[in-house]
Design a protein around this ligand. Structure first.
Ligand code: NAP
Length: 547
């Protein structure tokens, strides 16, 4: 399903590599931010992207219904006030086609396209100790060398198919949400199966249910969902948004996870039962992630507090789903609200009131096999014309593992991270000099483009410092990396999330050796993260080995 590669720069495989100051992998928010910042410093950069255009996750995830679930104007770039004011998002939560147009607009507006090379997959990146540079090889064998390697490969970019016997035998149409084709796909009159009910599955299901002859949803773990509250941005709202650049920027930068919503500093137990219920109702009916990201401060740390909000959402599911048996299947029993990623929905629960939709609870009746005509569970056979895998990603480290990355002395990054990733501030790792990972493992979680943009700024600060000091080599000290990794571990252990399997805790049940929990993100809050990063800038980057 991945597009075939062509290169725009033709080069003999045997000739010397083309040299750059920085090679950037990925044209998502991280790669674009890095390219902008590094070019401003006068660096010669080359960006390689396997997709046919910019957007990263928003290029590939073109499944029906794909859209933001953080506000469009908190998701787009903040580096330019002019850009922010020029681009008018049509919806509070923009759909994929608009987002793809936005990324194209940005790269043309800032003349970035000339340094970008699409349909170009990086296969290998090896640090050359002698040259103090990264030797990079594309899938077609062309070679490049860069003093810096910026792997903006994204935490949620390597699609994961389910490990199910017979999967390759299915004779109908089959798609993974993260590799959705560009050509139109019709569900009209078809029997469609969707496996997976995370954020991608939910958005897909809402769309497919509109026209499929029959939709069968295969749900393994029920998730708590909350309404998205999307709608068009009115002219008045547009004006208000455009006039609030500074305020919105301050808001996302000072929130817990770079969203417009941040936890209420009260404990859930500071308020009366009536006030709490009113607060929950307001959040549930408001736009966006407030019910999750802007709730009482203790819902994700105190089990009793979490029980209260989980119970509220369970009641909502029972109210919205007519058939009590189906409602019970849709109610999570094994984790509390918000401890896994909360998908935000638009009439998702009402889909199960439609006569053309069936929910299959895989906890009770697991899939035993996929066969040419459909899906066999332990209980029944589901004949299908189309099967959609909304089964997510090999998250956080998967996209790094897809490239053969080797640091000092040929050490493989996969080997270093075999028991889980370890990094300094989520962006660099010991033994891999001048190797930078925007929104990398153990960086501050939340609104990913915000992390990317911030990390790109920080990289520019680091390079500016190196230029001033005449340095060409930096690598985090092992003790600095250990300290940060341990801090991330410690923070995670205080959260209810740490007790739950999901990509938040590094679990990928479709992969051998990835079934136990790991620490893969930093959850201490974006403000603490920023303070640590900014202290490093102020103090002259003391945590690095420098040459
Ligand atoms: P996901 O959250 O990992 O969900 C994957 C789903 O597939 C889960 O329901 C999972 O069940 C199921 N699954 C996996 N393997 C299976 C198997 N072998 N048999 C049956 N079911 C299986 O992936 P996602 O929905 O693609 O979302 C990933 C992340 O991308 C989100 O959490 C979000 O951060 C991001 N995203 C964002 C947006 C947005 O901004 N609007 C939209 C989509 C995605 P289990 O839970 O039991 O493993």
């Amino acid at each position: 399903m991945i597009e075939t590669q062509t290169t725009t720069i033709k080069q003999q495989q045997s000739s010397a590599p083309i040299e750059y100051d920085a090679i950037i992998i990925g044209a998502g928010a991280g790669g674009i931010s890095a390219l902008l910042h590094l070019r401003d410093l006068g660096l010669r950069c080359r960006l390689f992207e396997s997709g046919g255009g910019p957007g990263g996750a928003w290029y590939w995830n073109r499944y029906p219904g794909a859209r933001f679930d953080s506000e469009s104007y908190s998701y787009g770039f903040f580096f330019s006030k002019e850009l922010f004011q020029e681009w008018k998002w049509s919806e509070h939560f923009a759909g994929q086609p608009e987002t793809e147009r936005y990324f194209n607009y940005v790269i043309d507006r800032f003349d970035l396209r000339r340094d970008m090379q699409f349909k170009s997959r990086v296969d290998k990146a090896h640090f050359n100790d002698e040259k103090n540079a990264w030797d990079v090889t594309l899938a077609d064998g062309t070679r490049y060398r860069g003093r810096w390697l910026v792997a903006a490969v994204g935490p949620l970019t390597k699609p994961q198919l389910p490990k199910i016997d017979g999967i390759e035998s299915f004779a109908g149409e089959a798609y993974h949400t993260a590799r959705w084709p560009k050509h139109p796909v019709s569900f009209e009159g078809k029997r469609v199966g969707v496996i997976g009910t995370g954020a991608s599955g939910v958005q897909t299901i809402q769309e497919v249910a509109k026209s499929a002859a029959h939709l069968t949803v295969f749900q393994r773990t029920a998730n708590y969902m909350a309404p998205l509250g999307n709608g068009p941005v009115t002219d008045e709202e547009q004006e208000q948004i455009q006039a609030s650049f500074e305020e919105l920027k301050r808001k996302v930068n000072s929130s817990y996870a770079w969203f417009l919503h941040t936890p209420d500093q009260r404990s859930i137990f500071d308020v009366s039962d009536e006030e709490r219920e009113r607060f929950f109702e307001e959040k549930y009916n408001a736009r966006g992630m407030g019910i999750w990201q802007g709730n009482f401060r203790d819902i994700l740390t105190d089990r009793r507090a979490n029980d209260l909000i989980s119970d509220f959402i369970r009641r909502k599911i029972r109210e919205r789903v007519k058939d009590p048996e189906t409602a019970e299947k849709l109610i999570p029993k094994d984790h509390g609200f918000g401890t896994r990623r909360v998908p935000h929905e638009t009439n998702y629960y009402e889909v199960y009131n439609q006569p053309n939709v069936t929910l299959v609870d895989l906890k009770a009746t697991p899939i035993t096999r996929i066969v040419p005509q459909g899906v066999q569970t332990s209980e029944s056979f589901h004949e299908l014309d189309m099967l959609i895998y909304a089964t997510g990603f090999d998250a956080i480290t998967g996209a790094f593992e897809a490239i053969d990355i080797r640091g000092l002395g040929g050490q493989k990054l996969d080997d270093k991270w075999i028991d889980g990733p370890s990094t300094y501030l989520g962006v660099m790792t010991a033994g891999f000099p001048n190797f930078y990972m925007p929104a990398g493992p153990l960086s501050a979680q939340g609104n990913i483009p915000r992390t990317c943009e911030y990390n790109a700024w920080w990289l520019a600060e680091l390079i500016r410092y190196m230029q001033a000091e005449g340095l060409t080599y930096v690598e985090p000290k092992p003790e600095a990396e250990e300290e940060w990794t341990e801090h991330a571990r410690q923070v995670q252990s205080t959260l209810l999330t740490s007790e739950v399997d999901s990509w938040f805790t590094g679990v990928n049940r479709n992969r051998e050796g990835r079934t136990s929990r790991r620490v893969v993100q930093y959850r201490g809050g974006a403000f603490i993260y920023r303070e640590k990063c900014e202290a490093a800038v102020r103090n002259g980057f003391p945590e690095f080995i420098k040459k």
